[in-house]
Structure formats: C-alpha cells, structure tokens
Write a protein that binds this ligand. Structure first.
Ligand SMILES: *Cc1c(COP(=O)(O)O)cnc(C)c1O
Length: 412
C-alpha cells in the first residue's frame, strides 16, 4: 500500500463525507462502479474495436466492451454507441471530426449563457479548428426557438449544437430537429444536429425528458455527471455512416488504447441506470432541486426555477455579493457550489453574478426534500448576513451531511 496516497484518499473521503456537494456536474458512483474501475482490465491494451484489435489477448475485453455497448444502446434506445472517449471533451472532439470539415461552421449557445468550453471557446481546440457562431437565450433566459431559426438562416451553419452546462430548463430537441429540417429543405443544405447531453444524460436515461437520440444526428455525453458512472465520455448515433466516422475519429484519430477498466465501470453503471431504482432516484433529484429553488424564492431570492437537476441563484441581485464571493462564503460553511454567469451578466466570468446549484450528488447520498429546504435556509442566512456565525452554519451543514450515506459505501 502507498501510505502517502492512502492518506490523501482518506482526507478526500472525509472532505466529501462532511460537506454538502451542490456542484451540478458532480456525483458519486456506487461501490460496484468503483470496483470495476479499479479492476485488472487497466492492464490490457486493446487499440481498435471488438473483433478488430491491434493486439492479441483481447477475447475477454472484446466481450466486455460489447457488453458495455449493448447496455448503453439499450439504455438510450439508440443503434450505435462508442464507449471509448476518455472524457466529455474527447467525445466532442471526435464527434466534431466525424460531422465537420476543418473550418466547418457550428451554431451553438453563447458561452456566457451556459455553453461548454468545447462549444466554441477561444481557449479550447473547438474555436481553433472550427468556425463558431452563436445563438443567445431569449429575454427570459429561456431558449428562444425563433432566434435559433433566424440564426440558422442567417449564419448558414454546418452543425447546430444543443446541450449545455448551466441551463436549468427543458430543451425541445424535437423542435430543433424540425428547425434544421426546415432550413435544409428551404436552402438545399445539409446542416446536422448534435446534442451534448453531458449534464442531463441521467434525466434522459430515467425517461424524465425528451431523448435527444430520437432527434439528433449525433449525441455526446459524459458518464460521471447525472449518470453516476466513472469519469468518461460516450458518443451515440442512429446513422450507420456516421457511426463509422465516429469510430475512426475516436481511434485512431484522437485516442490510443481504450481504458477498458473504465469501460467496465461504464458497463456497470449502464445496467444500474436501467432500473426502476434509478428512475426513482431521478425523481428525488428533481424534487430536491425544486424544493431548494422554491424555498429560496419564498425567502425572496432571485432564482431561475428548474426543470432538471440544477438551478441558478442570482446572488448579486439577491444579496449584493458576486458569484465568486458567494462561492467562497458557502464553502466556508461546508456547501460547495460554483460561480456562474447569468443571462445578460454585467460582471466578468472571473466574478459573475450567480452561482449554479445542483442536487444530483447530494441526492445520491440520501438528501431528502426537508434537507434541501434546510440547505436553502443555510444558503440564505450565510449570504444575507455578512456577520453570520460561520462555525454555527458549518455545524448545521455537517449535521445534515452526517445523516447521509458514507460515500465509500454507496450501494446502488
Ligand atoms: C462537463 C461537460 C463536458 C466535458 O466533460 P469533461 O469530461 O470534463 O471533458 C462537455 N460538455 C458539457 C455540456 C459539459 O457540461
């Protein structure tokens, strides 16, 4: 045993157990998922795909990866799945490669309105390889499909991109498909539609929103957010031609040997997510998120409302503090969130006017509706009172977290 590493692992476990994790992109995998990820599959090189590997000795990993693919296809009701991307960003890298020529034009959400770095930020490969243009949210911070329609005709993109990192409302993928079809028909173009469901994949798996696989040409995702799997990515499509392009864009174009131990953990979570228990879990996620949002609203705060696992709290408008300060103060009382830009934000991304609050992780540990409401009060009292008793607030958070399941023992 490496005692130095063990010591850090124990410190991190303690940190996670004692705190209230409200970062919307985090979650806790089950013991089974973590055991699969720690398995001997890590020792196997398997460049290529099942039945078409560059190395010998792949009989067992072929069976493993095929199992992961089959479970993934069943979970999302889709014809093709590539389970090899090492992360959500890697999945997007490969999906763009399969869908676009270099300099191809992508229409995506304005980054400050909730897009991801790989959706056209100058600091990511995306904006350097492709030509991004953007659609803003409507005035009420909801998607405005008329704006998207106008932008399609105006910008003439090769790809429309949906799926976001900080959007608290339902997305009408069906409507977007219709807009792309209308545009293609009117102009004789071949614009494609891609959905990055990294944040809402769990909600899709639980059948609690539209399934983007029914409408998009390509769907990408992470596996570690609402799905509760290992850190990783995946790519889905119903189009056999695109499936071939996606496979070669993942390997050999952008990755080498697949992480078969992570694929084992993905296979494990795809089965866990395909159960009535997971659907019930997701109902609780939605209920808790709404309970915290509504309690804050009742206390007079400016909240976004929610139709998924997250909401946005306007801390500048509610308390006169910026997002960075709110994030720091909440961390001091044992609640982890992150600063987030709001639609029409007047502050820079370094400060922001809001924070993003999510309940997927807390709910995995057993957070109840009452807990979510009590958390709203702790947030309110901490941010509304600059002289709040930090230790007393911290004790209240700790008391809630101490009722929840130890993260190292989470069963499904
Ligand atoms: C989290 C996220 C990603 C990237 O995932 P990584 O695994 O961190 O690379 C991509 N797209 C969206 C919308 C995300 O929220």
């Amino acid at each position: 045993m490496d005692y130095e590493i063990k010591r850090l692992e124990e410190l991190e476990l303690q940190r996670q157990n004692e705190g209230i994790e409200l970062i919307a992109s985090e979650n806790y995998p089950s013991v089974s998922v973590r055991e699969a990820q720690g398995s001997i599959f890590t020792a196997k090189y398997a460049e290529g795909y099942p039945g078409r590997r560059y190395y010998g000795g792949c009989v067992v990993v072929d069976e493993l990866e095929n199992l992961a693919i089959e479970r993934c296809k069943k979970l999302f009701n889709v014809a093709f799945a590539n389970v090899q991307p090492h992360s959500g960003s890697q999945a997007n890298f490969a999906a763009y490669r399969a869908l676009l020529q270099p300099n191809g034009k992508v229409l995506s959400l304005t980054l400050n309105d909730g897009g991801h770095l790989t959706h056209g930020s100058g600091v990511s490969f995306s904006a350097n390889t492709y030509n991004f243009c953007f659609y803003p949210l409507g005035e009420d911070a909801h998607l405005d499909y008329n704006i998207i329609r106008e932008k399609l005709f105006e910008e003439k993109p090769d790809l429309l991109l949906a799926g976001y990192s900080a959007y608290p409302y339902a997305i009408d993928f069906k409507r977007m498909r219709e807009l792309v079809d209308e545009y293609n028909k009117a102009t004789g173009s071949n614009c494609r539609f891609m959905v990055d469901m990294a944040h809402i994949a769990g909600q899709v798996a639980a059948g609690k929103c539209q399934n983007p696989c029914d409408y998009a040409d390509v769907v990408t995702s992470t596996t570690h957010k609402t799905l509760r799997g290992p850190r990783g990515g995946l790519i889905l499509t119903n189009d056999p031609e695109l499936a071939k392009k996606i496979n070669s864009a993942v390997f050999p174009y952008s990755q080498g040997g697949p992480l078969e131990h992570v694929i084992a953990a993905k296979a494990t979570v795809f089965a866990e997510d395909d159960t009535p228990e997971f659907k019930a879990y997701f109902d609780r996620v939605l209920e808790n998120t709404k309970a915290c949002n509504d309690e804050l609203a009742r206390l007079g705060c400016m909240v976004s409302g929610t139709e998924n696992h997250l909401f946005l709290l306007n801390v500048l408008g509610s308390f006169g503090v910026n997002g960075l300060e709110a994030q720091t103060r909440l961390e001091e009382v044992g609640i982890t969130t992150n600063k987030n830009m709001l639609h029409g934000d007047t502050l820079s991304p370094k400060y922001t006017s809001g924070i993003r609050v999510g309940f997927a992780a807390a709910t995995s540990r057993g957070c109840t509706k009452q807990d979510a409401e009590e958390i709203a009060h702790i947030i309110y009292e901490t941010l509304s009172n600059p002289n709040v008793d930090v230790e007393a607030m911290k004790a209240r958070s700790k008391k809630i977290a101490s009722k929840w399941t130890d993260i190292s023992k989470l069963e499904y």
